[in-house]
Write a protein that binds this ligand. Sequence first.
Ligand SMILES: Nc1ncnc2c1ncn2[C@@H]1O[C@H](COP(=O)(O)OP(=O)(O)OP(=O)(O)O)[C@@H](O)[C@H]1O
Length: 373
Amino acid sequence: MRIAALISGGVDSAVAVHRLVEQGHDVSLFYIRIASDDGRGDCSAEEDLEMCRLIASRYGLPLDTVDLNKEYWESVMEYALRTVRQGLTPNPDIMCNRFIKFGYFEERRGYEFDYTATGHYARTLTDPADGLVYLATAPDPVKDQTDFLARISYRQLSHAMFPIGDLPKAEVRRMAVELNLPNARRRDSQGICFLGKINYNDFIRRHLGERPGPIIEIESGRKLGEHRGYWFHTIGQRKGLGLSGGPWYVVGKNIVDNAVYVSGGYGTLRQYGRTICLDEMHWITRDPWPDRCDAEPIVFKNRHMPEFIEATLTRLGQSRYVIESSQPVQGIAPGQFAVIYTPDRRICLGSGIITTDDPRHFKLTQPCQNESD
Ligand SMILES: Nc1ncnc2c1ncn2[C@@H]1O[C@H](COP(=O)(O)OP(=O)(O)OP(=O)(O)O)[C@@H](O)[C@H]1O
């Protein structure tokens, strides 16, 4: 088959290329170029590209660079800045997969090929019962990246291939060393997709500036210190508050008063919630419960983490849902995505955006409604 392989210069996509070649596919390599926004040039991209060239020459494959800078700024960076300015928590990785790696790249080059392959830790499964393709979790629970893919469309998923998704990271690294790949000992990329190369706080500061305001203890109303702008802080955050006598957790923000609210100690109730309201639900393959409004058993993640949380999911309106978690959940941050999985943790069904709605106003007994109601 003809495969477009997206490579970053990192070890995962290099081993993915090795596996595709080994399986006898006709592989073309693509590197997506995003310029850095700090005016300091783009040396890390040059280094990545050099690695990609070494991989290409090692396997005798064509390598092309695709410039998606403008598209990245319009669909990922502006979304991230808009979201933090609203006091919400963005997820640039999710947007990057949907709009860049499986979006604009597909429109520009990917469509010419049978499949587009990446080094993501995820799998695709075809269910013999309905013949449809599903996004399945990787066996390596720490590396599983299905949560970052939970917003891609069915069309994008059906055209995607994850050649290393069935391997544990340690095995991928071992293969790279054994194959003597040029990047075998390169350290893993950290942080947020292309933004991972720059300091996140610097990025926010450059675009939104600073706006000092009070840090307030939510229980007592006492001012404990100053922050440099509510957009630097996320609900659930513990580090970087600069307060003594912690631990302190961010539990709320008031963007009108520019106040950041914290709660001290371990496990105080303010830091937790069990009811999570969602909107803009996106099902990747299909709505598993199209005609039902019952509390369906699921597991979910509300941030990138290895553990799944057991819960029920109930539809309230066409795209509005509510999660009732079986255990208290720390750091429920509006704007973030709650990613929904089947109870056996095998299939990533989709995701909804956590809203600012007050969960106490959601009665699970309220009748299921359609959007037009
Ligand atoms: N600049 C890029 N150009 C093309 N594809 C990319 C680029 N950056 C990432 N990708 C693709 O997206 C996948 C997941 O990217 P992520 O940033 O999560 O890196 P990763 O898991 O550390 O993988 P790798 O080790 O390949 O960098 C990569 O394996 C690669 O297929």
